[in-house]
Design a protein around this ligand. Structure first.
Ligand code: CU
Length: 262
């Protein structure tokens, strides 16, 4: 088996890791076919509308209620990370830990908020949306709120402390929504959020929190009838994505912020 790739915190990357991360986005953003940033981002909202939020996917599954928020986004990040690695060997998707406060981090991490890097546009700051049937072409924008309105570590601890999978999922999805609103601009809309380069690291944090929860609770009481549901348009079932190691990745344990109980 190939070695496990390790996802790190965005606040904890070496300069070399930052430049690889940036380079992978720069290259993906220049690709206009299915492997490119625009096409992948367009699967989430406009024009693909495949994502699952709040038990629903109105475009492709009208009237169906299923809690696929966490597994669907895990399959989505996997697909995106594979595309990053097609461009830059050994790069992994880092998470944005929005619970960190100054001086460790002040809201949006600097690697995403710098407009330019070495005189070039920063591919982690904004993306120029321009794809067939996509949203009106524009550069993605943010309007972040004040740092003290971001969720705290203790709030996160309480969510991870819930032992019921459905309850955990609901609470985590609410916090996830709050972050979309806090970043504002394109991140505030399902239709455009995935075009903001920070979307992927926000969802990486959500995926990591699920992973932390799984370390305590196993797979929990996920309803059996969900396990064989295919996470379209990805070729994975819910069962396929329950164990991150099956997908070839893991989260850096030195950044585990929740003590894992015995
Ligand atoms: Cu989201």
């Amino acid at each position: 088996m190939a070695t496990t790739r390790i996802r790190e915190g965005a606040h904890n990357l070496t300069d070399e890791q930052v430049s690889k991360f940036r380079d992978s986005y720069r290259q993906m953003q220049a690709i206009t076919d299915n492997r490119g940033f625009g096409a992948l981002a367009g699967l989430h909202g406009t024009p693909g509308n495949w994502c699952w939020h709040h038990e629903g996917n109105p475009e492709h599954n009208p009237g169906v209620r299923m809690q696929l928020f966490l597994p669907w986004h895990r399959a989505y990040l996997y697909t995106f990370e594979m595309s990053m690695r097609d461009r830059v060997t050994d790069v992994t998707l880092p998470w944005w830990d929005w619970t960190l406060r100054p001086p460790r981090q002040d809201g949006i991490p600097k690697i995403f908020s710098d407009r330019t890097v070495n005189g070039q546009a920063n591919p982690l700051f904004s993306f120029h949306i321009n794809l067939p049937n996509g949203p009106t072409p524009h550069d993605t924008r943010r309007r972040p709120g004040s740092t003290n309105r971001l969720p705290t570590q203790s709030k996160l601890d309480a969510i991870i402390g819930s032992t019921d999978w459905a309850d955990f999922n609901f609470q985590l999805e609410d916090v996830h929504d709050d972050i979309h609103g806090w970043v504002g601009g394109d991140m505030g809309f399902v239709s455009t959020s995935a075009f903001d380069p920070i979307f992927w690291s926000h969802h990486c944090m959500i995926d990591r929190i699920w992973w932390l929860w799984q370390a305590r609770n196993g797979n929990g009481n996920i309803p059996d009838n969900l396990l064989d549901v295919v996470l379209a348009p990805f070729n994975f079932t819910v069962r396929d994505v329950l164990n991150v190691n099956d997908l070839g990745y893991d989260y850096a344990a030195n950044q585990t912020i929740i003590a894992i109980g015995g």
